[in-house]
Design a protein around this ligand. Structure first.
Ligand code: F6P
Length: 326
């Protein structure tokens, strides 16, 4: 059943809490199956530059609880060129690496598709991104932790917002996806949530604030995804203050704190399952697929399907926000 000898593992794109747990699972499952496992540092850029070291079981001791990635990560422009891919391929030959596990998001899998088409190195992906914007899995590694981090921060903002009867705008991460905004906003009872998947109508946002004013509801929290089409929280703040000049408004950008910190138990378990599944998948001859969890079970989805579509947002959640915030 074992089709592989030496496995290379890398993390690529934005880091996410739980990537280390995935690396640990890949290394230990590989060793258990009789393979040697090599850590490729700084993603595809490190592959090009030969920044590659063998990982033993003890090298991944005590990393399951750590955020970030011991392998470091990068977004490599060089890997998008033929020369870059050729240099990376030579490095894999040098280390006798004949299979890859790629932990990252859609950009990382796009790189794997181009590389496989030219050099036929089998690769299995693991979804590692706080954005949860990939099809083929119900959750991505790091999403749960990021939502909890955002939720804790917004809870704190709510305390001070209530003390001063203020309207707060909170920007959370998600360049193209609104899942962190949606989930942290619902978890905090936000009055409004603005996400890229749904067109933001400022007149409706302002009308909802007016409704709260009429009901004498002083605190109003609006969670805004980074990639929302409303031109950023300062633009929203300006529109709100023009319509409600007496309203005390503050804004807060949560930023990269959402990417760090110890992974939640859900992310550690997810990362362990997917790391184990990815290596077993390679051993069974799977390639050019991403391991994911759908309805509690491990499934493998071709990279080509993962990169061509986006996970749609559930409409019932969007409808629910408007009801639960009255
Ligand atoms: O893809 C994950 C993510 O955190 C996005 O939500 C965010 O837009 C982006 O990465 C930020 O990237 P960087 O760390 O390069 O600023």
């Amino acid at each position: 059943m074992k089709n592989i000898g030496n496995i290379g593992v890398l993390t690529s794109g934005g880091d996410s809490p739980g990537m280390n747990a995935a690396i640990r699972a890949v290394v230990r499952t590989g060793i258990y199956l009789g393979c040697r496992v090599f850590g490729i540092h700084r993603g595809y850029q490190g592959m090009i530059e030969g920044d590659i070291t063998e990982l033993k079981s003890t090298d991944v001791s005590n990393i399951i609880s750590r955020g970030g990635t011991i392998l470091k990560t990068a977004r490599s422009k060089d890997f998008m060129t033929l020369q870059g891919m050729e240099a990376a391929y030579r490095q894999l030959l040098k280390h006798d690496i004949d299979a890859l596990v790629i932990i990252g998001g859609d950009g990382s899998f796009r790189g794997a598709v181009a590389f496989f088409e030219k050099y036929l190195i089998p690769a299995v992906g693991i979804p590692g991104t706080i954005d949860k914007d990939l099809v083929g899995t119900d959750f991505t590694i790091g999403f749960d932790t990021a939502v909890n981090t955002a939720m804790e921060a917004i809870d704190k903002i709510k305390d001070t917002a209530e003390a001063h009867d203020r309207l707060f705008l909170v920007e959370v991460m998600g360049r193209d996806a609104g899942y962190i905004a949606l989930n942290s906003g619902i978890a905090c009872g936000a009055e409004d949530i603005l996400i890229p998947e749904e067109e933001t109508r400022m007149d409706e946002v302002l009308e909802r604030i007016a409704g709260d004013e009429r009901r004498k509801k002083e605190v109003h929290i609006i969670v805004v995804a980074e990639g929302d089409d409303s031109s950023g929280i300062e633009a929203v703040a300006k529109a709100v203050s023009e319509r409600f000049p007496a309203k005390d408004i503050r804004s807060c950008v949560l930023g990269h704190i959402q990417r760090g910190g110890a992974p939640s138990s859900a992310d550690r378990v997810l990362a362990s399952r997917l790391g184990y599944a990815a290596v077993n998948g390679l051993a069974e001859g799977k390639s050019q697929v991403m391991a994911g969890i759908v309805n509690g079970n491990v499934v493998f989805t071709p990279f080509k399907n993962v990169i061509k579509s986006r996970m749609p947002v559930q409409q019932d959640m969007l409808n629910m926000i408007k009801v639960l915030s009255i």
